[in-house]
Ligand binder design. Structure first.
Ligand SMILES: [Zn+2]
Length: 226
């Protein structure tokens, strides 16, 4: 029996077993190339709307989980590799809650991918993983959109876009600053809790700062991510 390659959906292949369902060209791609191709595929559905994107994520999911991914945050900072972010330190000491004054902000490339660069840095992952982390997070957020919208409905007053608008217009762009939505699903991707620290630069009336100053985001289903 023949059918289209389940990864590129372009080349005809024999569909007798799992291995054969991927064309020779797709089977020869390395991990980073696979995720680059996934990224192109996801971005193509940008114009087609959220439901099409969801269908694409459903098809992509089995290919993504083939690649083992275990996130282990580093426990110690290396003074040479991990430079202190002096600007963040100034915000931390001036505008953040006292309980965070001993936190060390680490400098990462500030190119709009800072959230993903930080996660890669703290997981000791190389730069290739920045795109992979974003893709894993898009898939997680899209496939469980209703769960995250429900679990974090308290954040509605501080978001200026719906989850669907954010994913289609911002999250599917490289180097676009992250928003609260990235924080909702990332713990499930990494299977760790993430705590937000947010500077109250506009004082205590700042609703956003109030909500995000000491918020713990947990994996879907609880701290063990199950
Ligand atoms: Zn293919």
């Amino acid at each position: 029996m023949t059918g289209l390659c389940q990864f590129c959906h372009e080349t005809e292949v024999c569909n007798d077993n799992d291995q054969a369902s991927t064309c020779v060209e797709c089977a020869s791609l390395n991990r980073h190339e696979v995720f680059q191709k996934n990224w192109t595929n996801l971005r193509e559905s940008k114009e087609l709307g959220f439901l099409k994107l969801r269908e694409k994520c459903e098809k992509m999911f089995p290919f993504v989980i083939k690649y083992e991914f275990t996130y282990t945050p580093i426990h110690f900072l290396d003074e040479i590799q991990h430079k202190k972010d002096e600007s963040a330190e100034s915000f931390l000491q001036t505008y953040c809650l006292e309980i965070f004054r001993d936190v060390v902000p680490v400098k990462v490339v500030n190119d709009g991918d800072s959230f993903y660069n930080s996660i890669a840095c703290l997981g000791d992952l190389n730069g290739d993983f920045v795109l992979e982390l974003r893709i894993r997070n898009v898939i997680e957020l899209v496939l469980k959109a209703n769960v995250y919208k429900y679990n974090y409905k308290a954040f509605v007053p501080v978001v200026d876009q719906s989850l669907e608008e954010y994913v289609l217009n911002d999250m599917l762009q490289n180097q676009r600053f992250s928003k609260i939505y990235d924080f909702m699903s990332m713990p499930s991707v990494l299977k760790i809790n993430i705590k937000s620290i947010y500077p109250s630069v506009n004082g205590l009336v700042d609703q956003q700062a109030k909500m995000l100053s000491n918020q713990t985001f947990v994996p879907y289903g609880g701290a063990d991510g199950q």
